[in-house]
Design a protein around this ligand. Structure first.
Ligand code: FE2
Length: 390
C-alpha cells in the first residue's frame, strides 16, 4: 500500500450553533482579537455582532477589520496587519468566505513577520510563527478553514496576478464550522462556492499527490456536493442541505491541504485577476475540459468520480464509465447555473497564449496534474473553455 503523511492540526467544531464556542476557544489563545470580515454580509446578517458579543462575554477585546473585498489584495492584508500591530492583537479571526479567512491568515503572518507580504508568497517562506488563527466560514467553498493556503491579488504586478502563501505555519488553530451561518448566503455565491468546492475535491482526487486518506475525503466531498448543491439551490433555507454542502467543503479542504489542486485552479487564476471572473465561474468553465484532457491518465479514478456524481448506467467498462463522468459533470454545472464559456469577456488568442505560457511555468500544478500537458494542450483547453459550447 502507498505510504503517506497526514497532518491536520486544526481543531474542528462542526454543526449548528458551534459558533457559540468562539468566546471560549479565543480566550484560550489570546486577550485581544482582530476579526477580519467582508464589508456587508457578516454585519447585515447579525453574525458579526453575535461573534463580537460572544467574545466580549469571555473577556476578549475585539478589534474589527471589515475591509475584506472578494479576491482580496495584498494592500488589504497590509492594512489589516497595521491595525493588528497598532492595537497589539494576539489572535486573528477570519469570519466570512475564503477571502476573509485568507486575509486573516495574511494578517497573522504580518503581525509577527516584517513586511511586505510579497516576501511570503510562494511555498514555506514564513519565518516566525504567525499569531494564532481562528476560522469561521460563512460559505461552503474553499475549505480555507482547514488549509495551509491563502490567496491574494498581487496588484504590484502588471497585469495583476493571483498569488498564494502555501505554508503549514498558517494552518488555523481552530475552525468553527457552523452551517447556520450559510443559510442567508445569496444563491449566486452559493453556486460559485459550491462549484469551487467540487472542483477542489475532484482535482485533489485525481492529483498525482493524492494519497489514501485524501482520496476518501475528496471522493466523499464530490458525492455530497453532487447530491446536495442542486438541492440547496432549490431550497436555500434548508439547514440539512446547507449542512451537507458545508461538510463537503470541509472534507475537500482537508483533502487539498495534503494534495493541493491541479490544472483547473492553475489555469483559472488569470481569468479572475485580469478579467474579474468569479473564482467559482473561472474553475467551472475549465473543469470539464481539464478533466477531458486528463481522462486517459486514470480511467479507474474518473469511473469512481462518475459513480460519485450519481451515474447508474449498468454494464459499462471502466473506460466507458470514465467518459460518463464528463457528461455528468457538464450536466451538473448547467444544473447549478454555471456558464458554458466566457465568450462575453472576449478573451483573444494572444491572451490565451500568454496565459498558457505562464501556467507552464507553474511546476507545482503541472507536475501534480495526472497528465503532463504541452503548451499547445493548454492553449487548446483554454480555447474550449473560454469560447466553446458543450
Ligand atoms: Fe478554489
Amino acid at each position: 500500500m502507498q505510504k503517506f503523511m497526514f497532518h491536520l492540526p486544526t481543531k474542528v467544531y462542526f454543526g449548528s450553533q458551534t459558533i457559540k464556542k468562539v468566546g471560549e476557544e479565543t480566550a484560550k489563545l489570546g486577550k485581544r482579537a482582530l476579526i477580519a470580515s467582508g464589508r456587508n454580509f457578516a454585519r447585515k446578517t447579525g453574525i458579526l455582532k453575535k461573534v463580537e458579543d460572544l467574545l466580549k462575554k469571555k473577556g476578549v477585546e475585539v478589534i474589527l477589520f471589515e475591509e475584506v473585498e472578494p479576491n482580496p489584495s495584498i494592500k488589504t492584508v497590509e492594512e489589516g496587519a497595521d491595525l493588528s500591530k497598532g492595537r497589539e492583537c494576539d489572535v486573528i479571526i477570519g469570519l466570512g468566505g475564503g477571502s476573509a479567512m485568507d486575509v486573516a491568515k495574511g494578517i497573522a503572518v504580518l503581525s509577527t513577520n516584517p513586511g511586505p507580504l510579497t516576501h511570503y508568497l510562494g511555498r514555506d517562506k514564513v519565518k516566525n510563527h504567525p499569531l494564532p488563527i481562528i476560522t469561521i466560514p460563512t460559505t461552503a467553498g474553499t475549505g480555507s478553514e482547514v488549509t495551509p493556503y491563502a490567496t491574494f491579488i498581487n496588484n504590484k504586478k502588471r497585469p495583476p496576478r493571483k498569488e498564494m502563501i502555501a505554508d503549514r505555519l498558517i494552518l488555523p488553530g481552530v475552525a468553527l464550522v457552523d452551517p447556520q451561518l450559510t443559510l442567508s448566503l445569496p444563491l449566486s455565491i452559493t453556486a460559485d462556492s459550491g462549484v469551487d468546492a467540487l472542483s477542489q475535491a475532484i482535482e485533489s482526487y485525481i492529483s498525482k499527490r493524492s494519497q489514501p486518506l485524501s482520496e476518501i475525503l475528496a471522493l466523499k466531498a464530490v458525492e455530497l456536493l453532487a447530491q446536495y448543491l442542486p438541492q440547496v439551490i432549490k431550497n436555500p433555507k434548508n439547514l440539512e442541505f446547507r449542512s451537507f454542502c458545508l461538510y463537503a467543503s470541509l472534507l475537500g479542504g482537508m483533502a487539498i491541504a495534503h494534495t493541493g489542486t491541479v490544472l483547473v485552479h492553475g489555469m483559472s487564476y488569470r481569468l479572475t485577476s485580469e478579467f474579474g471572473v468569479s473564482h467559482g465561474k473561472a474553475v467551472g468553465v475549465l473543469l470539464p475540459w481539464v478533466c477531458q484532457f486528463n481522462l486517459s491518465s486514470n480511467y479507474l479514478k474518473f469511473s469512481s468520480l462518475a459513480n460519485a456524481l450519481g451515474d447508474k448506467t449498468e454494464n459499462l467498462s471502466e473506460q466507458e464509465r470514465a467518459k460518463k463522468f464528463i457528461e455528468k459533470i457538464k450536466e451538473f454545472l448547467l444544473q447549478v447555473g454555471m456558464p458554458q464559456n466566457l465568450k462575453e469577456k472576449e478573451i483573444k488568442e494572444k491572451k490565451i497564449e500568454e496565459f498558457a505560457e505562464e501556467v507552464m511555468e507553474n511546476r507545482q500544478k503541472i507536475l501534480a496534474n495526472p497528465r503532463l500537458p504541452t503548451l499547445n494542450d493548454l492553449i487548446d483547453i483554454y480555447k474550449k473553455a473560454l469560447w466553446g459550447n458543450y
